[in-house]
Every structure is written in structure tokens, then in C-alpha cells.
Design a binder for this molecule. Sequence first.
Ligand SMILES: [Zn+2]
Length: 316
Amino acid sequence: MSTAYFTHPLCHRHDMGEGHPECPQRLAAIEDRLLVTGLADLMERRLAPEALLSDLELAHDAMLVASLAEQSNQAARSADAGGSPWVRIDPDTAANRHTWAAALRAAGAAIAATDAVIAGEVDNAFCAVRPPGHHACRSQAMGFCFFNNVAVAALHALEVHGLRRVAIVDFDVHHGNGTEDIVAGDERILMVSFFQHPLYPYSGTEPAASNLLNLPVPPYTRGPAIRDLIEQHWLPRLEAFAPELIFISAGFDAHRDDELGQLGLVEADYAWITRRLMDLAARHARGRIVSSLEGGYHLDALARSVEAHLRTLADL
Ligand SMILES: [Zn+2]
């Protein structure tokens, strides 16, 4: 298998303030782990390009896109005048002068990864990017997210490449309400997820559309129970849907060490989920998988989990 690793230095420049869990050190921890283990040498490293506005606007209102550019400019003006370097978007989410550039690269990574797997240049790809995306709704940034990287890339695969069916698999501990907002009712997309409930953003328990399969699970659910749910619910739906490409909203905050959630997954669970998705992709999608980082806030657990995910994707 050949696996591409998309990232960009600008993704380290977006920050939301001292002590914020969605911090640049997340990417540094991943990079460090890949270097120490030698895994970095075994993947094809690529620089994420900027997303085109036309791609962003497949998933988002033009107003949302324009407002992030303005918020980043406003943060820069404020910082230069000696004021706050942040423009607050919600209690958990803020833009600094680099947020616009970072968000363009984060979405651009998912788009370029999609182009690369569809062109057959690589079998699959992982995007080590921030800001994450799965809480970003069509017309609202929220929950550490500005542009919905995975939804943008999924719509790019459908609209620009003419694929007919793509799946979005979301294993972040939080419900991907933004992705749901964008893809609900679009029968070309099947979205499957599990998430802790109750937990931010406290949504997803009522069926919003027939192309969504949500599995809310209570706090303290552990790996074996999650695997059973995946076997019983996700895999039959995905098998029947026969996606031509599988996108993964790869959040690692369901790890037992992560303090933003209370689920009990470990590295081996992420490897197992990844393997099952690869088997499915091999049958239906010529192996094509595009995975993009969402949450994961315990730095060591995040780095180890990404390593397990990548080792499986790269078949190492
Ligand atoms: Zn999360």
C-alpha cells in the first residue's frame, strides 16, 4: 500500500489561546511520533495546497467563507494595535491572524488527498491538519471547526470527479453535527458514526435523514462494545451502499486517556476500525480512503493512535 501524508506548516500557526486543547502541539506530537518510529520515512509526504473557494462553497455558504477571511484580518489588526490577537466566534472557538490560511490548507489537504487517491497516485491518504472540521455547519463555524474539511472533500469527489457514492465514517467522540448539517438528505453520501451521548454538541440522537447512521453510546463504553456496534450496524450499511471512496473523520478523542470525552478506546481499536474500513474499501472503492484529523487532545494518546491508524493504512 502507498499512503500519502498531507500537512502544512501553516496548520501550526492557528491557535486559540493559552491552555486551549485544540493546540498546535497536537500536530507536533504526531510529527514527533512518526519521526521517532521511522513511520515518517515510509509515507509519501505532501504539502497541502490552499482550497479553492469554489470547493469550499460546495459545502458552505459564501458568507461563512468570506467572514472567516475578515475575522482573521480583524484579529491581525487588533493584535497589531496591541489588542487581543483573537476574534471570538463561540465560547470554544476563536480566529487569530493565521486561522484563514490554516483553514484553507486544512480543507485543501482533504481535497488534494481526494485528487491523489482518485488519480491512483496513492492508495490512501491521511491529512494531519488543523483546524478540524466536523462541527463546521453549512453556515456556521463552531466547536474548534471553521471549514468542514471532510464534507468539502466528499462533495468535491462527487461534483468535480463525478463519483456517484461516497461514505463518511466519523469515529470522533463528539457527534459530527456540522457534517450532518451539510450532507443530510444527500443520498450520494452515507455517513456513519458513533459518539458519546450526552456530550457536546448534544445532537444526533434523533434521525435527521435516511443517509445518516448515528450510534450514540453512553460514557464509559469501551472498545469491544464499539466493535460490536460497528460489526452489527456500520459494516452492513456500508457494504450495501458500496461507496466508491471512503472518507474518515478521524478524531482520536474517544481514547480512554482523552479528557474531553469518557469513552474507552485504545490504539488497537483504531487499528481494528481502520482495517475493517480498508477491507470494505478494497471490495468497493479500489482501496481508496481519505482520512482527515478531527479531535484528539491527549497528546501522547493522540500520537500513538495516529501511528496505529497510519500503520494500518500503510499496511506496515
Ligand atoms: Zn471531538
